[in-house]
Design a protein around this ligand. Structure first.
Ligand code: SF4
Length: 415
């Protein structure tokens, strides 16, 4: 077993932990934001409904800002107020409501999990973090802990990006915060800290602190309810060299402390508390180019209509609709791009398409988490109707209004 980390990185004093809990909860009671899922979790008497409400909000909040989520969450809960209702929805409906929220597999997995709960678990959500994580597809350790603590009062900690930041600052953890060994330590800490009588509120308070006070770039340490427990803040206040031994850069840590900053990247006084957390540099996103064509025809009422086709049911933007598109090799000549797109469109049109008939409109750049995507956009007006081949991917003609109501990604809306 690995050696336990030095005590200065832990919360080993029960009296200190008690004070920290009390201060954080008192602050949360005073300052918490009014959010629809919080109101529902606090007032809903039915445990399954509480669990469902927290589950939906947590899945939506992964990778998406609170301000964006609120409207999606309200519409979702209005349309599918229970997981039984969600289990009966079609994937198309789920994708339509999710359109614009990004990371589309989240909605799909939520619906698959709801079906599983109805068909295999008699409609009842598991009640512990361990079972939630084990039995529900798409529910990881964090989401399971959040549902179990907030909805069912299980005294289990949670670690999300906000909690990582707060804990790393509280305990001067400067080793790579995305490494498995550091993440394990942070989970241990979260489980030690969590308040036994108000675990859901405590976890939300820790996350709320990270979201509103202990923010990444300019934390509001002066207003922080736990500053007297914060080693990074004390380190900043006392400057270098520290006047008291317990706030030294490495205190009792000797040799290669697994939680201290690497010796090659010591404390930088110009950064203050934002010395923590530290992460290994991320890989830059992969560059991709895709040719896409807005095919337009005059509909039966004279309004323009556009062809959209459905993407495969797995992979990036699974099951969403888009204008006919074709990934391109990098560094292709413009003429060659046109020819390849024209060949591709031929399949949809059932007749040859002249490359020079494609009108270049412009380029649209969209950043997915790991892909820097450039859409090279063309348009083509059709003077007569085309018969779509049912053997190809599903496709349909839509008006502009129908396009916006369809399950299309933000990238396609930009196109
Ligand atoms: Fe974060 Fe500052 Fe509070 Fe420490 S004192 S937890 S760095 S806001």
């Amino acid at each position: 077993a690995p050696a336990p980390p030095p005590a200065r990185h832990l919360f080993s004093d029960p009296a200190e932990v008690e004070v920290l809990r009390g201060n954080l909860l008192a602050w949360y009671d005073r300052c918490k934001r009014d959010l629809p899922w919080r109101a529902l979790a606090a007032t809903e008497p039915d445990a399954d409904r509480r669990g469902y409400a927290v589950w939906v909000s947590e899945i939506m909040l992964q990778q998406t800002q609170v301000a964006t989520v609120i409207d999606y969450y309200n519409r979702w809960m209005q349309k599918w107020p229970t997981l039984q209702a969600l289990a009966q929805a079609s994937l198309e409906e789920v994708n339509e409501l999710w359109a614009g929220l990004g990371y589309y597999s989240r909605g799909k997995r939520l619906q698959e999990a709801a079906r599983k709960v109805v068909s295999e678990l008699a409609g009842q959500l598991p009640r512990t973090a361990e079972d939630l994580q084990k039995l529900l597809p798409g529910v990881g350790r964090y989401t399971a802990g959040a549902i179990a603590s907030i909805s069912y009062g299980q005294a289990t900690g949670v670690v999300d990006g906000n909690v990582v930041r707060v804990l790393c600052r509280l305990r001067c953890i400067g080793a790579d915060s995305s490494s498995p060994s550091v993440i394990d330590r942070l989970w241990d800490m979260a489980n030690v800290l969590v308040d036994r009588s108000r675990p859901g509120d405590f976890n939300q308070a820790l996350m709320e602190l990270g979201a509103t006070v202990c923010v990444p770039k300019a934390p509001l340490c002066g207003e922080c309810p736990v500053k007297q427990h914060c080693q990074a803040w004390r380190r900043k206040l006392f400057g270098k060299p520290p006047p008291v031994p317990d706030v030294e850069d490495c205190g009792e840590c000797v040799g290669d402390c697994p939680l201290c900053p690497p010796a090659t990247e010591p404390w930088d006084s110009s950064l203050g508390v934002t010395n923590f957390p530290r992460k290994a540099a991320k890989k830059p996103p992969r560059a991709m180019r895709t040719a896409t064509c807005v095919l337009e025809r005059r509909g039966c009422h004279g309004a323009p209509e556009y062809l959209i086709v459905q993407r495969p049911s797995s992979g990036l933007l699974a099951g969403l609709w888009e204008f006919p598109s074709l990934p391109l090799a990098q560094d292709l000549q413009e003429k060659k791009e046109r020819e390849e797109l024209a060949d591709h469109l031929q399949a949809w049109m059932g007749r040859p398409v002249a490359a020079k008939g494609l009108q270049f409109i412009g380029e649209v750049i969209h950043i997915f988490s790991h892909i820097h995507q450039t859409y090279v956009v063309y348009s083509l007006h059709l003077d007569r109707d085309v018969t779509l081949d049912p053997a190809l991917s599903p496709s349909r003609w839509v008006t502009e209004e129908e396009f916006h109501a369809s399950a299309v990604s933000t990238a396609m809306k930009k196109v």
